[in-house]
Design a protein around this ligand. Structure first.
Ligand code: PTJ
Length: 258
C-alpha cells in the first residue's frame, strides 16, 4: 500500500478506499464490497461529500428513535466493519446497544472474523448469528439468518450499506429500521423508517454525538422529534439538493427542453 499524502485534495476519499482494500486483505470485506463502495463514492460526489442539513435532520431523528427504543441493535456488515469499525464500537457504547454481524455474502468464518475485528477495537458485545439463530420470515438471502436475542428480538435496527430486501421484511415484522444509505432512490432508503442519506464515515460519529447530546431530553421530547420526521419528504429533499447542486454546477438553473 502506498502512503497517501495528507495534502492530497482527495485524501479522505483515498483513505476510505484504503480501508476497504485492507478489509478485503483481512477477509472482512468481500470483492463485491469494492463495487458497492464505488457506487457510494459516486453518489457522495453528487452530494458534495458533506453531511447535508437534510441528513443532519434525519440523524437527529434517528438518535431520538434509538433513545426511545427498548431493544435497539446495530447491524454490521463487511464494508461497515472496515470503514467505521471503531466508530461503531463507540456508538454501541454510547447507546448501550449490541452490535450484530449480519452478512449478505455470509460465511461463518467471515462472521467470526468481523466479530473478532470489532472485539479487538474494544466492542463489549458482538452478537453473531451462528448459534441460537432465528430467521427473518419471507427473506431468502443469507441476511435472513439473525441472532435470536439480537435482531430477531429488536424493536429498532440500524442498518448500513444494505440491499432492500431485509429492510422491507424487518419493517413488515413491525420493527423500526434506520438506514444509512448514500442512495436516496434505493429500496432500502424508501422502505426504512428513517433513512440518513450520508456516508457512514461521516454519519456514524455524528449519530453518536447526537445521541450523547439528546440523552438528557425527556421521552416525550424525543418522541416528538421522531413524530416530526417524514422519511418520504426527507428523501425528496436529498434528491432536490443533488438536483439543485448539479443545476448550479452546470450553469443550467432551468431544466433543458427535450
Ligand atoms: O459484507 P456483506 O456480505 O454483507 O456485503 C456487503 C455489500 C455492501 C457488498 C452488500 O450489502 C451489497 O451488495 O450492498 P448493495 O446492494 O451494493 O448496497 C449498498 C448500498 O450502500 C448502495 O445503495 C450504496 O450506494 C450504499 N453505499 C455505498 N457506500 C456507502 C453507502 N452508503 C453509505 N456510506 C457509504 N460509504
Amino acid at each position: 500500500m502506498v502512503e497517501i499524502p495528507r495534502s492530497h485534495p482527495r485524501y479522505r476519499s483515498l483513505i476510505e478506499r484504503e480501508r476497504i482494500v485492507k478489509g478485503l486483505a483481512m477477509g472482512i470485506v468481500v470483492p463485491e464490497g469494492l463495487l458497492a463502495h464505488g457506487r457510494g463514492e459516486a453518489l457522495d460526489y453528487l452530494l458534495g461529500e458533506e453531511t447535508t442539513p437534510v441528513a443532519r435532520k434525519a440523524t437527529r431523528a434517528a438518535a431520538a428513535l434509538l433513545l426511545t427504543s427498548e431493544r435497539p441493535v446495530i447491524s454490521v456488515n463487511g464494508n461497515a466493519a472496515a470503514l467505521v469499525g471503531e466508530e461503531l464500537v463507540r456508538l454501541s457504547r454510547t447507546l448501550g446497544a449490541p452490535l450484530e454481524v449480519n452478512l449478505f455474502y455470509r460465511s461463518v468464518e467471515r462472521v467470526r472474523r468481523i466479530r473478532d475485528h470489532l472485539l479487538s477495537l474494544g466492542a463489549e458485545e458482538v452478537l453473531t448469528p451462528v448459534e441460537d439463530v432465528a430467521e427473518v420470515p419471507g427473506l431468502e438471502s443469507e441476511r435472513r439468518i439473525v441472532s435470536r436475542k439480537g435482531i430477531y428480538s429488536a424493536d429498532t435496527v440500524l442498518v448500513m450499506l444494505e440491499d432492500g430486501d431485509r429492510t422491507e421484511k424487518l419493517v413488515a415484522l413491525g420493527k423500526r429500521v434506520i438506514a444509512v444509505d448514500l442512495n436516496p432512490l434505493s429500496r432500502t432508503a424508501k422502505a426504512a423508517t428513517i433513512t440518513i442519506v450520508d456516508n457512514v464515515t461521516r454519519c456514524i460519529p455524528l449519530l453518536a454525538d447526537e445521541i450523547a447530546a439528546l440523552k438528557g431530553q425527556t421521552r416525550s421530547e424525543l418522541e416528538s422529534i421522531v413524530k416530526g420526521f417524514d422519511n418520504e419528504q426527507n428523501l425528496r429533499e436529498s434528491l432536490a439538493l443533488i438536483a439543485k447542486r448539479l443545476a448550479r454546477l452546470s450553469g443550467y438553473e432551468e431544466p433543458l427542453s427535450d
